[in-house]
Design a protein around this ligand. Structure first.
Ligand code: ZN
Length: 337
């Protein structure tokens, strides 16, 4: 009982089950403390099964808010198959409004495959990859740029070796209807949820649904439509639940690839970053990306930064104040489907 995660869900049971995945973590204030991660399971007979999760990073809110709302709205009698919802996966990070858990510094999306005897974040990662993910046909993990980054809203998958599952994930990503979708090449040992999904034999889908540690009407509508379209495409729902108004038919997304260090510009010293191009802009190698100011040496002209590779601007740093190693701006390469 001092380390093992307890899961209240019986996967075979029909109906509505709610509770908490409990992760024991002994602390000064509370020797038998448990991190209680909310979970909902709805099952109505045989059919497809999907795990919807958010709060992998605590400061990414489109998924957290919409999945909380979906927990209240979904009617088990109106669905076919099973939906499991984990709206705040790394709960301590969500409650601290941080990317990583303040309890152990753990960044859940770099913690897979995890460790059943490790820190709380490592144990959670192990539980997800070894137990929760394999119990579902599809896993959707909702991300955004987080507090420090603006991100072009897009859906995302990782390239994986299993050709059949890769094609299925590509088809489902298209069904989600984003105008930009990107394919990340992180390799089979990726410490991400998508790497975990590939290793656990399920279909992994993700996306960057906004950014900046906030939400907007646009990013919320984009996220609602993506979740609704996925649930309808899987045959779990007959009609949208989250979207206000009609959900337009999904168009064909521009596929993007992000696989090389040279697609980003990284800070090499302390400085203050000013972007020169907006998210979604199409740029060529050598184009101006932004300026790097030095507020400690005001007589120095700001440095012009140029893209090494062309493509579509998908993210940039929001905090002007930057240090060596910070990624300032990234482009993704448009590819054919
Ligand atoms: Zn994230």
């Amino acid at each position: 009982m001092h380390s093992e995660i307890t899961n209240p869900i019986d996967y075979a049971q029909d109906g509505r089950q709610t509770g908490h995945v409990a992760i024991p973590f002994s602390i000064d204030r509370s020797p038998y403390y448990q991190i209680r991660v909310p979970i909902l399971r709805l099952k109505n007979g045989e059919g497809p099964s999907v795990l919807l999760m958010a709060g992998n990073h605590g400061d990414e809110y489109e998924g957290e808010l919409h999945l909380g709302r979906l927990m209240r709205l979904l009617d088990v009698s109106k669905l076919r198959g099973a939906v499991t919802i984990l709206p705040m996966a790394n709960l301590p990070a969500v409650m601290a409004a941080k990317r990583s858990s303040p309890l152990d510094g753990g960044n859940l999306n770099r913690a897979f495959p995890g460790d059943p005897a490790g820190t709380p974040t490592a144990r959670l990662a192990h539980f997800l990859e070894a137990q929760l993910f394999p119990a579902h046909d599809v896993v959707l993990d909702l991300h955004s740029g987080g507090t420090s980054m603006a991100h072009l809203p897009c859906t995302l998958i990782e390239r994986q070796a299993d050709a059949g599952r890769f094609q299925r994930s590509l088809d489902l990503m298209r069904a989600m209807g984003a105008s930009h979708s990107f394919i990340a090449d992180n390799g089979p040992a990726a410490p991400t949820s998508m790497g975990a999904a590939a290793r656990s034999g399920t279909i992994g889908l993700s996306g960057e649904f906004g950014g900046g540690g906030t939400v907007t009407p646009q990013t919320m509508a984009f996220t609602a439509a993506a979740i609704d379209r996925l649930l309808v495409a899987l045959g779990i729902l007959e009609s949208p639940v989250l979207s206000r108004g009609q959900v337009a038919a999904a168009g064909s997304p521009q596929l993007l690839s992000l696989s090389r260090h040279s697609q980003g510009i990284y800070a090499e010293r302390r400085g203050w970053f000013e972007p020169a191009v907006p998210l979604g802009a199409t740029v060529a190698a050598g184009d101006l990306a932004g300026w790097y100011h030095d507020l400690e040496r005001l007589d120095e002209t700001e440095e012009a930064l140029h893209f090494v590779e062309g493509g579509i601007v998908i993210s940039h740093r929001l905090h002007c104040d930057s240090r060596a190693g910070d990624c300032l701006i990234q482009v993704a390469e448009p590819i054919d489907g």
